[in-house]
Design a protein. Structure first.
Length: 320
């Protein structure tokens, strides 16, 4: 006689086992996802550095401009990591222009900075956003106002957005055309690949070397503007010169007034300090001594002004 009891037992067992298998599979998938998410973060934490090849076409603001190729190698180091619920990092970096990137950018309106013709310094940071399950990061230069954002899910190639606004007050000839927007990718590459792109020995591609490269690039790109420095020095020299002239004039005027007072006292004591009408000649503005003092003072001031003008003129000619 056929019995349904074994079949029902099997069905009941399947009803219990299948959901359990689904839960285990989901847990394994989550563990795998977490492992991928932390891949780039863990690699940089272990190695103390990271190499990313950036390929980001840019469009400059001037009418008629076309996409410019912006290809760089980013070498990140000096990294400080946080852990726990706020996994993230901050650090420094050096970006190296590759190929004809710099020439292409300048042709479309970029500011041609001789100080950044080879490489330039970066500041980088990122933080893990649990609700999104992704690291959100940024890097920017330390000598201009361009910014790039990236989103790291652990993949080797990451999406990037970048931009630079208008530099108000910038005196560079290309200041009005240097704003841009761009989008592209950065791709994590090996130390060997980075060494080949830079023409360096793999053994030298260390965090310590990166720190030295950063310091050298920072010093190159943060040299004081010689024009601003000379103008500031000229203003300081002019201020000191005016102060000395004022001190000399004050000293001369005091001495002159003292001598006039002594002469008037002497005339008064000798009885020659009044005219026939009994008016004290030394007490009026028509006193010959006062007239002479006013003329001499005015003459000294005019000579001082002319002296300052001549000195400033000579300094300006020399500066130009």
């Amino acid at each position: 006689m056929f019995s349904l009891r074994p079949v029902l037992k099997s069905l009941a067992l399947l009803v219990f086992i299948v959901p359990s298998l689904s839960v285990f599979a989901q847990q394994e998938e989550e563990v795998g996802d977490d492992s991928l998410l932390m891949a780039n973060y863990n690699a940089m934490r272990e190695e103390g550095q990271g190499f990313y090849l950036g390929e980001i076409p840019l469009l400059y603001e001037q009418p008629g401009s076309v996409l410019a190729s912006f290809v760089t190698l980013n070498w990140w180091c000096d990294l400080e990591f946080s852990s726990g619920s706020d996994d993230g990092y901050v650090g420094r970096g050096v970006a190296y222009f590759l190929g004809s990137s710099l020439e292409d950018l300048v042709a479309q309106g970029a500011e041609a900075s001789p100080r950044a013709s080879k490489n330039f310094t970066l500041s980088v940071s990122a933080v893990m956003v649990p609700t999104l399950g992704i690291f959100e990061g940024q890097w920017h230069t330390t000598y201009d106002d361009l910014v790039f954002r990236y989103w790291d899910d652990g993949s080797s190639t990451l999406p990037v957005l970048g931009w630079e606004g208008h530099d108000a007050g910038d005196t560079h000839p290309n200041a009005f055309t240097s704003a841009w927007s761009g989008s592209g990718t950065i791709t994590k590459i090996t130390t060997e690949a980075a060494a080949e792109l830079l023409g360096m020995d793999v053994a030298d591609m260390t965090p310590a070397t990166c720190s030295m490269e950063y310091e050298a690039a920072w010093n190159d790109t943060n040299v004081p503007d010689p024009i601003d420095t000379n103008v500031a020095q000229l203003q300081a020299d002019n201020k000191e010169l005016m102060s000395r002239i004022a001190a000399i004039e004050e000293s001369d005027n005091k001495e002159l007034m003292s001598r006039i007072a002594a002469i008037e006292e002497s005339l008064t004591a000798n009885g020659s300090g009044s005219d026939g009408d009994g008016v004290d000649a030394t007490s009026t503005s028509s006193s010959p001594f006062m007239k002479w003092f006013e003329y001499d003072t005015t003459d000294n001031v005019m000579k001082s002004i002319m002296t300052v003008a001549v000195i400033i003129g000579l300094v300006a000619v020399d500066f130009i």
